[in-house]
Design a protein around this ligand. Structure first.
Ligand SMILES: NC(=O)c1ccc[n+]([C@@H]2O[C@H](COP(=O)([O-])OP(=O)(O)OC[C@H]3O[C@@H](n4cnc5c(N)ncnc54)[C@H](O)[C@@H]3O)[C@@H](O)[C@H]2O)c1
Length: 261
């Protein structure tokens, strides 16, 4: 899919590491220039360096995408630098697993703000430019946890189910302007989120060793292995190409068969 997205400008939120970084690199490999957002500056700069090595332009914007002022400034900078925004990937997200009796109001609110309000703010901020150009592709990160609940995941699943409702409704709002809005629902990916947060929490909730968690999750996947960042990037690139022009409001599983509904 080399160069199929040449001339397109993408914003990817939370692109400093993990899935967001993988998506940013997949888009760049396909020819897009990329606005690399993250709350953490140093990792965003790492991603930008890799994009430069691919021969594409990038703009690093450190911003907390749950904050309206920072989001609006990010979009203004992107438009000043590139003149248009064709693609928005709402990827930034957090997970803090906890039993309902241990889940604080602060964790609930922060989860909703980073995983859901950020999508509202970023989509609202880019919509006028996309509507004016009568072209746009918005891809929102839900999860297999956006289709099925899970132990210790009340806040995370509520936010990811919310992403799907948001995606469907935004697809209605923007369809008259030629803008496609879809969600992707990846299964388990062993990103820094896993290593830093989920592995230990899941070991506690499953009452197994931390070194057993990865095999435990892989054993539940029909294809028998985790998804790669490249496999997620491939689906996102497809959703940004003309080949997927009749798809909007969808929530696409990338779960190796673990989630089929
Ligand atoms: N890892 C998985 O198994 C998995 C599965 C399905 C869906 N997801 C979703 O994919 C997305 C990325 O997950 P990941 O595993 O790559 O996580 P990660 O923690 O490895 O990376 C997330 C990135 O987002 C950034 N970020 C966090 N809060 C931010 C904010 N307020 N503003 C801007 N940037 C912020 C972080 O600094 C980090 O670089 C999330 O939405 C997550 O819910 C992950």
């Amino acid at each position: 899919m080399a160069d199929r997205l040449a001339g397109r400008v993408a914003i990817v939120t939370g692109a400093g590491q993990g899935i967001g970084q993988g998506i940013a690199l997949s888009l760049a490999k396909s020819g897009a220039d990329v606005v690399v957002n993250d709350i953490a500056l140093n990792t965003a700069e790492d991603t930008a360096r890799e994009i430069a090595e691919l021969g594409r332009r990038s703009l690093v914007v450190q911003a907390d995408v749950s904050e309206a002022t920072q989001v609006n400034q990010m979009v203004e900078r992107a438009l000043a630098e590139f003149g248009a925004i064709h693609i928005l990937v709402n990827n930034a997200g957090i997970a803090t697993p906890a039993h309902i009796t241990d889940l604080s109001e602060e964790t609930w609110d922060r989860t909703m703000a980073v995983n859901l309000r950020s999508m509202f703010l970023c989509s609202k901020a880019v919509a006028p430019a996309m509507m004016e150009g009568r072209y746009g592709k918005i891809v929102n990160l839900s999860s297999k946890s956006g289709k099925k609940g899970g132990l210790w995941l009340t806040a995370y699943c509520a936010s990811k189910f919310g992403v799907i409702g948001f995606t469907q409704s935004l697809a209605f709002d923007l369809a008259p302007y030629g803008i496609n809005v879809n969600a992707i629902c990846p299964g388990t990916v062993f990103t820094p989120l896993w290593d830093n947060v989920l592995k230990d929490a899941y070991a506690r909730k499953l009452n197994i060793g931390a070194d057993e968690v990865r095999d435990y999750y892989a054993s539940k996947i029909p294809l028998g292995r985790e998804v790669t960042l490249e496999e997620i990037g491939n689906v996102v690139v497809f959703l940004c190409l003309d080949e997927s022009s009749y798809m909007t409001g969808q929530a696409i599983n990338i779960t190796g068969g673990q989630e089929m509904g």
